[in-house]
Design a binder for this molecule. Structure first.
Ligand code: SAH
Ligand code: SF4
Ligand code: F3S
Length: 479
């Protein structure tokens, strides 16, 4: 048997950033007659962890598997191929995946022919791949975030060979165009506008797992948006680790405000974008968001910490004051904007005073919502080497205190919606009850709406009748 690909990730390579031009690969995905039959009468099960970048990647992975004739199953026990698309951002994401591998091992013992794959950000970690090689040899394929296009060949090799196949590139990354996609929703879609990240915040693993910042060409983005409009899509979310830096790596002078304006001119009904790093948020961007009705008044603006000392240690390159100034400008120019954030508590040696600074920013920004996390050391990042004398108990106490404050503003802001009429894109039946449907407002508030089945996929006017901490209730109004 020919020895298959065995390319393992490297931390040293992953950190490198060279001046080498990013390549746009338009024909890297190869599907031929033989590969397209591999999955005939077979089912795949895919489990996605992590952020929207992974969700979007899973939509491509699913499409590739369906190009190979696999059909999707929601039941892991029924699957002939199991794929875990993993996240490495915090230790608990990592632990969940290893827990799941334990379950899959049992399945594989009773059905040795199932093909088991692990991909995504954990696959880019040297330590994880070493552990899989040592303790999870029964697995079939490990591939990374840079070579999804090679999946057909990797699966074909795995079927012909019992050995664990590892193909993870740690190079900086290319932009791969023309990959298929099987979208989860018929009404809203994720559109990648850039890959990777060059910010290297000291706590974060993403620049190592996703490679260098590579913006997609404007024409490719606009083509994708126009295709979506033609298919009846109402909403696009432009995706990137820090979308405000869009274009900085291209030579044609395009910037995020200009891209937003061009996307707005396609007349797609709703445009969102995540995530905005406060560092690159320009006045031009604020103006464009304010100018176009189809750019949603919703901005996710990660704070991480309110302490200048901690922000410096994190390498975030803004201060508490400049952040507050930016938030103020945004609120002034985009009146009904909803502002959400990410906050980390317990960064190495965060003092009570530092934490108070974070609470102070929350009190001033009165966020519409926040994702809050306890700092989790990630191997090989600069922060993981910093001395940390704060106990876990103390960090948990801070998280609880922060969550109470965040939730207070969440509810206060939601209460302002009562009796107002807001536009909601109705997506599906609410988990609460069959007669209720759910969707999001322009400001990204989740609403459970009394309306009809025919409203699914439409943006309708909804009168808000009740506000809860994490959602609103309302009913359809005509007109
Ligand atoms: N690119 C985005 C963040 C992507 S990661 C940005 O810069 O805003 C999503 C969130 O996870 C981050 O905003 C941060 O709050 C959190 N996070 C990242 N690394 C973490 C770590 N090591 N421990 C705890 N939380 C972390
Ligand atoms: Fe991570 Fe910072 Fe990049 Fe966000 S900007 S992905 S937090 S390194
Ligand atoms: Fe996780 Fe990778 Fe996203 S580490 S948060 S899946 S970029």
């Amino acid at each position: 048997m020919i020895k298959q690909a065995h390319i393992k990730p490297s931390y040293i390579e992953a950190r490198k950033r060279t001046k080498e031009q990013v390549k746009v690969l338009t024909d890297a995905y190869i599907m031929n007659n033989e590969l397209s039959k591999i999955g005939t009468n077979k089912k795949y099960y895919i489990l996605t962890y992590g952020c929207q970048a992974n969700e979007r990647d899973s939509e491509t992975i699913s499409a590739i598997l369906e190009d190979m004739s696999f059909t999707k199953t929601e039941n892991m026990n029924d699957a002939d191929l199991i794929l875990l698309n993993t996240c490495a951002i915090r230790e608990n994401a990592h632990n969940k995946v290893f827990g799941m591998l334990g379950r899959i091992k049992h399945l594989k013992e009773s059905k040795p022919n199932i093909i088991t794959c692990l991909c995504g950000c954990m696959a880019q970690e040297e330590k994880v791949v070493n552990e899989i090689e040592e303790k999870y040899k029964w697995m079939d394929v490990v591939f990374g975030t840079h070579n999804i296009q090679n999946l057909p060949k990797l699966i074909s090799d795995a079927i012909n060979d019992n050995e664990l196949i590892i193909e993870v590139f740690s190079k900086e990354g290319d932009v791969v165009e023309n990959l298929p996609v099987k979208r989860e929703s018929k009404y809203k879609a994720y559109v990648n506008i850039m890959y990777g990240c060059d910010k290297f915040c000291t706590y974060c693993i993403v620049p190592y797992t996703r490679g260098k910042q590579r913006s997609r060409r404007k024409e490719d983005i606009l083509k994708e948006v126009n295709d979506l409009i033609n298919k009846g899509y109402k909403e696009v979310t432009l995706l990137g680790q820090n979308v405000n830096a869009y274009g900085k790596d291209l030579d044609c002078g395009i910037t995020m405000d200009k891209l937003l304006e061009e996307v707005a001119k396609t007349k797609i009904e709703r445009i969102r974008f995540i995530t905005s790093h406060p560092w690159d948020f320009t006045d031009e961007m604020i103006d464009v968001i304010a100018k176009y009705d189809n750019i949603m008044p919703y901005i996710h603006l990660p704070l991480q910490s309110g302490s200048n000392k901690i922000l410096k240690l994190m390498g975030r390159r803004y201060t508490k004051e400049s952040y507050l100034n930016l938030a103020k400008k945004i609120r002034e120019k985009i009146p009904n904007v909803s502002l959400t954030t990410d906050i980390i508590v317990g960064f190495p040696n965060e003092t009570e005073e530092d934490f108070e600074d974070t609470l102070d920013v929350v009190n001033k920004c009165k966020y519409d919502g926040a994702f809050t996390f306890i700092y989790s050391p990630r191997e090989n990042t600069p922060a993981s080497k910093m001395e940390d004398l704060i106990s876990l108990e103390e960090k948990q106490n801070r998280l609880q205190k922060l969550n109470e404050l965040v939730n207070k503003y969440y509810l206060e802001n939601n209460k302002k919606y009562i009796d107002k009429i807001v536009p909601v894109l109705i997506e599906n039946v609410s988990s609460k009850s069959d007669n209720l449907y759910s969707g999001y407002t322009d400001t990204m508030k989740l609403v459970n709406v009394k309306c009809n089945k025919e409203d699914i996929g439409k943006i309708i006017n909804v009168k808000i009748t009740e506000a809860k901490t994490w959602s609103l209730n309302g009913e359809k109004v005509n007109g």
